[in-house]
Design a protein around this ligand. Structure first.
Ligand code: 5AD
Ligand code: SF4
Length: 359
């Protein structure tokens, strides 16, 4: 039976109930309420982050991820500094105003220096014009500090699941939930806009887990959220054990999570991620209509793009090709939204937290 829901004041029970809703009209209502909330706080604008995947070398071995260190069938690559700077400049010239720099996790000195050098290189040509989100895994506070000083202002480190026991089931024994939590604390202390997120639709995951994930984001006062549906990758333990998924259900769960995070946290930045697009060609646009306000088009122009494959069916298209860019622009306009070119799109939640008026 349908229950009365106060969408602006959801309880944990409401979240669990809504995650379980299967009636199409009721699901549409959740998306519509979330979209209204997004309009109220953020307006009808979408922020772009030009995504540069700088390396798929990773020391971790997460059971779900295609570039885990245990997968020996991946061609490993590192982009050169020149390649990265070229892409960054392209984004800057095209008014993207923000970049997201992503890689597998490494903590050796060479890598730390390399990331720092890139950040300094970007600052050299762009001044402080480009907002930079880093996503390079767990690091020491000193490393986070160095990267912050070199010009990164946001950091995305997904908690993957906020349930300690479930985290243990998704990762090998030397991957530590508490260390990840500690890293979120370090990021906060070093002054980043802090982003985290989870995967939805994982085997063994419950609606209670997901409701608690949403509550976790709020309790940790998170500024940005990047989430996506889990998609099996054939060369991973989890993907091999569960090779079949129901695309429609996975997409629906991913969209519901976006909607519920928007309704529960209201003023955070939420990305409509590539995993949605892997399940449906218009998955990211659906994400926007369910309350997301950020899209991260891959902007690197190189032969390695097909090697950064975390899950099967990841779309590999030339998003910086003029045709794709214009098509995405047009699709966004058709939704009644527009890309906020030239606007860094800092998290409203963060702006309020630190007392900034504009960003
Ligand atoms: N399906 C969906 N998302 C995945 N990630 C890793 N593997 C998969 C997968 N098989 C996500 C994780 C990680 C981010 C970089 O990609 O959440 O934090
Ligand atoms: Fe490495 Fe991240 Fe993949 Fe884990 S999810 S194996 S840390 S790239």
């Amino acid at each position: 039976m349908r229950r009365g829901i106060d969408y602006q004041n959801l309880s944990r029970d409401d979240l669990i109930y809504l995650l379980g809703v299967e009636d199409k009209a009721e699901i549409e209502e959740i998306y519509a309420e979330a979209y209204k909330t997004k309009l109220k706080y953020i307006g009808n604008q979408v922020f772009f982050r030009g995504l540069i995947e700088i390396s798929n070398i990773c020391r971790k071995n997460c059971y779900y991820c295609g570039i885990r260190s245990g997968n020996h069938n991946v061609h490993r690559f590192n982009l050169s500094e020149a390649e990265i700077l070229k892409s960054a400049r392209w984004a800057w010239e095209h008014q993207y105003a923000s970049l997201a720099i992503q890689s597998g996790e490494r903590d050796d000195a060479e890598f730390i220096d390399f990331v720092e050098a890139i950040l300094l290189g970007i600052r050299e040509f762009s001044g402080n014009d480009l907002g930079i989100t880093l996503s390079c895994g767990e690091q020491t506070e000193e490393t986070y500090q160095r990267w912050r000083e070199a010009g990164a202002s946001r950091y995305l480190l997904r908690i993957e699941t906020s349930n300690r026991e479930f985290y243990r089931r998704l990762h090998p024994a030397d991957h530590d939930y508490d260390k990840r939590l500690e890293c979120l604390g370090r990021l906060r202390r070093t002054g980043y806009q802090v982003g985290t997120g989870v995967m939805s639709g994982l085997p063994g995951q419950t609606n209670e887990h997901l409701a608690d994930d949403i509550i976790f984001f709020k309790e940790h006062d998170i500024d940005m959220v990047g989430m996506g549906p889990w998609i099996p990758h054939f060369e991973t333990p989890l993907g091999r054990a569960h090779p079949e998924i129901d695309n429609t259900r996975q997409l629906e769960m991913g969209l519901k999570m976006i909607a519920l995070v928007r309704l529960y946290l209201k003023d955070v930045n939420i990305a409509a991620t590539t995993a949605l697009q892997a399940l449906h060609p218009a998955g990211r646009e659906m994400g926007l209509m369910a309350g997301a306000n950020v899209i991260m088009p891959v902007i690197t122009e190189n032969e390695h793009r097909g090697d950064y494959v975390l899950y099967d069916g990841k779309p590999v298209c030339d998003e910086n090709a003029e045709g794709f860019r214009l098509a995405l622009d047009k699709a966004i306009l058709k939704l009644g939204e527009k890309v906020a070119y030239g606007n860094q799109g800092n998290s409203l939640h963060w702006q309020k937290r630190v007392g900034k008026q504009h960003g």
